[in-house]
Design a protein around this ligand. Structure first.
Ligand code: FES
Length: 217
């Protein structure tokens, strides 16, 4: 009667030399000490002179110099850096948006009725304040068909300019500055920039101030 002994096993017999020294590579096994864990280079203490720690002075043992660790940037540090950078970028964008909103609000000027056209004689001028009560301006009518208005603030040191309609200029008495009446550009004296022009609109025969055109040249 057949039994369960090794002589009945149809598989090939086990190699009796399996796991013996120098056979590991052939059998797919390996001794436990072949793949020893390698020291993590990030955690190795490396003295600057390269000598082993046993040969280092005593003080270095107390204060090891770990250059690899010093240069090691952990993932957590990197994430922290990325988050802070993104936060700074977002804050910068919000600040720019807020500034541009404020600038748009500031640049939006109210409408102010100055006078009816027939109330301004040819060769005459009317003073008014725009856009704020302390912003002195002057509306002049040098010709029948020309109405023009400027801020009275001289672009040199902010003295009030006076219209001399018959001469076609604005005169600044502080330093004898002169501006062309039709363009507002400086003609004489120390001013180098043109007067700020007040934007006018005709609404049913009335003259309105609707904006300020700042000029840099
Ligand atoms: S302030 Fe007008 S010329 Fe100086």
């Amino acid at each position: 009667m057949s039994g369960d002994g090794p002589e009945d096993d149809p598989r090939s017999p086990l190699d009796p030399l399996l796991d013996t020294p120098r056979r590991e590579g052939l059998t797919g096994t390996a001794p436990a000490d072949r793949y020893k864990p390698v020291a993590d280079p990030e955690l190795v203490t490396t003295p600057p002179d390269g000598r082993p720690m046993e040969l280092q002075p005593a003080w270095r043992t107390d204060f090891p110099v770990d250059w690899p660790q010093d240069h090691y940037v952990e993932r957590r540090d990197f994430m922290k850096f990325m988050i802070l950078t993104s936060l700074a970028f977002a804050v910068g964008q919000a600040w720019i948006a807020a500034m541009s909103w404020l600038r748009r609000r500031r640049d939006r000027h109210p409408e102010l009725r100055i006078a009816r056209i027939d109330e301004v004689p040819v060769g005459g001028a009317i003073e008014f304040a725009y856009p704020e009560p302390h912003d002195a301006c002057v509306l002049v009518r040098p010709r029948e068909d020309l109405l023009i208005a400027y801020s009275q603030r001289c672009t040199h040191l902010s003295c009030a300019v006076r219209p001399q309609v018959d001469r076609g200029v604005f005169h600044c008495p502080c330093h004898e500055g002169r501006f062309d009446m039709e363009t507002g550009r400086p003609l004489a004296g120390p001013p180098r920039r043109a007067l700020s022009r007040i934007v006018l609109a005709n609404r049913g025969g009335a003259i309105y101030a609707v904006g300020v055109e700042e000029r840099t040249i």
